[in-house]
Write a protein that binds this ligand. Structure first.
Ligand code: NOJ
Length: 533
């Protein structure tokens, strides 16, 4: 049996507004992505996931979709997408799109029809409710972006539900016509040749049928964001969502279930791991990869990380393939959370754990969260609950390609500001420096490609103490040891007998660690990969 590509691949997330502008409007576009494909090949990634590219009023920057089967003019035209797909496939790169089935834009013709009257054919395509008996919203549900999740519609005298902005009404996934329409959207893109989808807020898609109030969250503290006042017990993660996920999987499988032609589904699901595991499916398969965001939230301490990794490995269902993520367009960047030295250790961890890694654009350069002046804020999350550091603009800033004006991203002022050190922290400059984090990422992807143990090998924790995390990856005759130093203090580590005669395959440090008489001298902030024998 050959291993499917989505198990051995490295996925790279592109936020299209910020990757490469080619038409001088300060916003990235599809031609820009096509122009940079060789960079991605050189980086050693195998698949790209592109955040939404569809026609959109851009109130939530593309996650508010007005037409699921076209391309927004700011990104190009459908032919640009087709060309990108051809160019990517020619280079052996897979292309995943972002499917946003939970909600559309309020500008989508479906919603226009739905809100036109209570008798509209599409009224039930969205979630309409009468006011509560005493007046006001039908229940206490809170939007993920703060405020009531219900919007009053004066013309028809009902509320509609929106888990995010009021410009993003939730579709009614209990309606068979909605299911059929969105399955057609999947087919539209699969027919064009896309290799899969990342599915936005999959766990939100079905709500409890009788819309009971959500219970208060005892752990809520001011600053977490208003949505956390309540537990989303009835508004998310309902059992009925699994049939829908299984049907989506059936559609993907009908286009290719095995080998190079497999179409893959990745679910965006923020839930505790025991709940997350259900999205692999039971009797019927669901997501190939329910996104595992634990590395984003786990404190950077060896013992805690080891426990998270061991627990995740332990609870995976039979046949469930693991995956790991360090960052995305919604969460603080890894270099901002950990600093530059440990961002390198995190890179080693991401690319040596068992499971498919997803890398967020710019993390390979050590980009950090960019300070956004209040006059530059664009993200509705920040605009609705300002000052709580919930905004996502800081992690969506332009990709710096070189030290020319606007970092080679655009000929004009970009839609968001660049990071302060862009004239040195850019692709061209860092590609020349063998010690840069970019060079490290390239070495890691190359090593992962070369040593099957790193992609499909077994995983065993060997040693956890203070700042040290050591594990084994093994496949057939390949036996590798990965040792990470999460701190400043150098360590002497006794290696197991079988790794005494080892070769150093990779180190994050310029003066790499030494192995002497079975003892590994691991420097400050250093990670190494050793090969036994
Ligand atoms: C999750 C996406 O990742 C986020 O960027 C977006 O704002 C919400 N879903 C709403 O679509």
């Amino acid at each position: 049996m050959t291993t499917p590509w989505w198990q051995t691949c490295v996925i790279y997330q592109i936020y299209p507004r910020s990757f490469q502008d080619t038409n001088d409007d300060g916003i990235g576009d599809l031609r820009g992505i096509a122009r940079r494909l060789d960079y991605l090949v050189g980086l050693g990634v195998d698949a790209i996931w592109i955040s939404p590219i569809y026609p959109s009023p851009m109130v939530d920057f593309g996650y508010d979709i007005a037409d699921y089967c076209d391309v927004d003019p700011s990104f190009g035209v459908l032919a640009d997408f087709d060309n990108l797909l051809v160019q990517a496939h020619r280079r052996g790169l897979k292309v995943l799109l972002d499917l946003v089935p939970n909600h559309s834009s309020d500008q989508h013709p479906w919603f226009a029809e739905s809100r036109a009257s209570r008798e509209s054919q599409k009224r039930d395509w969205y979630i309409w409710r009468d006011p509560a008996p005493g007046g006001g919203p039908p229940n206490n549900w809170i939007s993920d972006f703060g405020g009531s999740a219900w919007q009053w519609d004066e013309a028809t005298g009902q509320y509609y539900y929106h888990a995010f902005l009021r410009e993003q009404p939730d579709l009614n996934w209990r309606h068979p016509a909605v299911q059929a329409a969105m399955y057609d959207v999947m087919r539209f893109w699969f027919d064009r040749g896309v290799d899969g989808f990342r599915i936005d807020v999959l766990w939100h898609m079905v709500k409890a049928a009788d819309f009971p109030d959500n219970p208060p969250n005892p752990a809520y503290r001011f600053g977490m964001g208003e949505m956390h006042r309540l537990l989303q017990r009835h508004s998310t993660d309902q059992p009925e969502v699994h049939r829908i996920a299984a049907e989506m999987r059936e559609i993907a499988d009908s286009y290719g279930a095995r080998g190079q032609g497999a179409r893959v589904l990745i679910g965006e699901i923020y839930l505790p791991v025991d709940r997350l595991m259900h999205y692999y499916g039971g009797e019927r398969p669901e997501m190939h990869l329910p996104f595992n965001f634990q590395l984003i939230d786990t404190p950077w301490q060896a013992r805690v990380l080891a426990a998270v990794i061991a627990n995740y490995e332990a609870v995976l269902p039979p046949g469930g393939w693991p995956n790991w993520v360090l960052g995305n367009h919604d969460r603080p960047r890894v270099a901002a959370r950990l600093g530059q030295a440990q961002a390198r250790i995190a890179a080693v961890l991401l690319l040596t754990l068992r499971g498919t890694p997803t890398l967020y654009y710019g993390d390979e350069l050590g980009l950090t969260d960019v300070v956004i002046e209040s006059s530059d804020v664009r993200d509705p999350r920040e605009l609705r609950e300002p000052g709580l550091a919930l905004g996502r603009d800081p992690v969506r800033t332009p990709m710096p390609w070189d030290d020319s004006e606007n970092a080679g991203f655009s000929a004009v002022r970009p839609w968001l500001p660049l990071h302060a050190d862009w004239s040195t922290r850019n692709v061209t400059r860092m590609a020349e420096d063998p010690q840069s984090i970019l060079a490290l990422y390239r070495r890691l992807t190359a090593l992962r490609r070369d040593r099957r143990a790193l992609s499909i090998g077994s995983f065993v924790l060997l040693n956890v103490q203070d700042d040290i995390l050591v594990y084994e990856r093994r496949h057939a005759a390949e036996r590798l040891v990965v040792a990470l130093n999460l701190g400043e203090r150098p360590h002497r580590l006794q290696l197991p007998e079988w790794v005494r005669d080892s070769r150093l395959l990779l180190s994050t440090a310029e003066d790499a660690a030494l192995v002497e008489d079975g003892v590994l001298l691991l420097g400050s902030n250093e990670a190494v990969v050793l090969e036994a024998g």
